[in-house]
Ligand binder design. Structure first.
Ligand code: ADP
Ligand code: MG
Length: 315
C-alpha cells in the first residue's frame, strides 16, 4: 500500500503542484504547526465549488460494484453533511455500505453517481493522482487491523507519511515523536509492532494518521480487535483530539457503547441512511477509564506480545 501511495504521490506532485493552494514544498509544509489544523489542500480553481460551510457534503451518492454480470448496489442515494469539529459514529449491519461510504469520503474510491463536496469543492470527478494528493494532505486513516509495517519501529512507522510528503529527516523525527507522545507512547519509539499489544499498535496507527496534520480522521472499526479497556483508551484519544483540536472524526463501529463517545450517530441499512441523530448525554472516555480496572493495561505495559490479553478479552 505504501509503495502504491508513494507512486501516486509522485505522479500527483508532478501533475498537480501548480494547481494547489496549499504549498507542498517541504520547507513550507514543515513550518506548519505540529498536529494543528490547516485548510484542506484542494485546488479550487480546477474544481467545481459551491457555497456553504460543511466540511463534507454527500449529494445523492450511489455506488455500484460490478462483479462479472452481477451488480452490487452498495450505496443507494446517500446525502449528508458533516461539519468541521463533529465527531460522528457510523453504525449499521454488515454489508450496509459503511465502508463503501468511508472509502468515498476518504478519497479512496469514486462514487458511481452523485457528488461529493469536500470543503466546498467537488471531488467526485478528481482523478486518482489528485485523490492521492488530497488524502495525503488532509485525511488520516485508522483501520481495524492497524496496518503497521512489520519489522519497522513505532517511530519509523509514524514517519512514513512524512517521508512520502518529502519532509526532511530532522523535522520528520520531531513530528513523529510528538505524535507518539500525543497517544501516550513516548517511551515505545523503538518497539517493533510485534512487541506491542493490540491497543498500543492501534495507538501507533493513530499517531501515524495524525502526523500529517489532517483535517479529518476516518476510522473503520478501530476498536473491532481490541478489548474493552483498550477500546475506551483509543476512544479517549479520538475524543481528546476532537475536543481540543477541533479535529473532525468519523468512526465506523458495530458497538453501541463505542458509538456513544461520538456526538452524532448515523445508522445505515441496505445502502441508505436509516437514522441520523445527535447523541444526548454522550459518554466521556476519560471518566469511563477511571472506572475500569487497569489489569489489561498492566499486562500491556509489561511489553507482552500482541494478543496476550486476559481470558475472555476479545483479542
Ligand atoms: P459494510 O462496511 O457496512 O459492512 P460494505 O460497504 O463493505 O459494507 O459493503 C456494501 C456492499 O457492497 C456489500 O454487499 C459488499 O459485499 C459490497 N462490496 C463492497 N466492496 C465491494 C467490492 N470491492 N466489490 C464488490 N462488492 C463490494
Ligand atoms: Mg465495513
Amino acid at each position: 500500500m505504501n509503495t502504491q501511495l508513494a507512486q501516486s504521490l509522485n505522479r500527483s506532485s508532478a501533475k498537480h503542484d501548480s494547481d494547489l493552494t496549499t504549498p507542498s514544498a517541504p520547507s513550507l509544509r514543515s513550518a506548519q504547526p505540529l498536529l494543528g489544523l490547516r485548510p484542506l489542500g484542494l485546488a479550487p480553481r480546477a474544481l467545481l465549488c459551491e457555497e456553504g460551510n460543511a466540511l463534507i457534503r454527500l449529494d445523492r451518492i450511489h455506488k455500484v460494484y460490478h462483479m462479472g454480470d452481477v451488480e452490487v448496489h452498495a450505496l443507494r442515494g446517500v446525502s449528508l453533511e458533516i461539519h468541521r469539529g463533529e465527531f460522528v459514529a457510523i453504525m449499521g449491519p454488515s454489508g450496509s455500505g459503511k465502508s463503501t461510504m468511508m472509502n468515498i469520503i476518504g478519497c479512496l474510491d469514486h462514487p458511481t453517481k452523485g457528488h461529493y463536496f469536500l470543503e466546498g469543492s467537488d471531488v467526485s470527478q478528481v482523478d486518482k493522482a489528485g485523490l492521492a494528493d488530497i488524502r495525503n494532505k488532509s485525511i488520516g486513516f485508522v483501520f481495524q487491523s492497524f496496518n503497521l509495517v512489520p519489522r519497522t519501529s513505532a517511530l519509523e512507522n509514524i514517519e512514513l507519511p512524512l517521508i512520502y510528503a518529502g519532509i526532511p529527516a530532522g523535522e520528520r523525527m520531531r513530528r513523529a515523536r510528538a505524535a507518539l507522545g500525543e497517544v501516550g507512547l513516548a517511551d515505545r519509539e523503538r518497539s517493533m509492532p510485534n512487541q506491542l499489544s493490540g491497543g498500543q499498535q492501534q495507538r501507533v496507527a493513530l499517531a501515524r494518521a495524525l502526523v500529517n496534520n489532517p483535517s479529518l480522521i476516518l476510522a473503520d472499526e478501530p476498536t473491532g480487535s481490541l478489548d474493552t479497556r483498550t477500546s475506551v483508551e483509543v476512544m479517549e484519544i479520538f475524543q481528546r483530539l476532537n475536543r481540543n483540536r477541533n479535529l473532525t472524526v468519523i468512526v465506523v463501529t458495530h458497538e453501541p457503547d463505542i458509538a456513544h463517545y461520538a456526538n452524532r450517530i448515523i445508522q445505515f441499512r441496505d445502502g441508505r441512511i436509516r437514522r441520523d441523530f445527535s447523541v444526548e448525554n454522550g459518554k466521556d472516555a476519560g471518566e469511563v477509564l477511571m472506572e475500569l480496572p487497569r489489569e489489561t493495561e498492566d499486562e500491556e505495559e509489561s511489553g507482552g506480545p500482541a494478543g496476550s490479553k486476559e481470558a475472555g478479552a476479545k483479542e
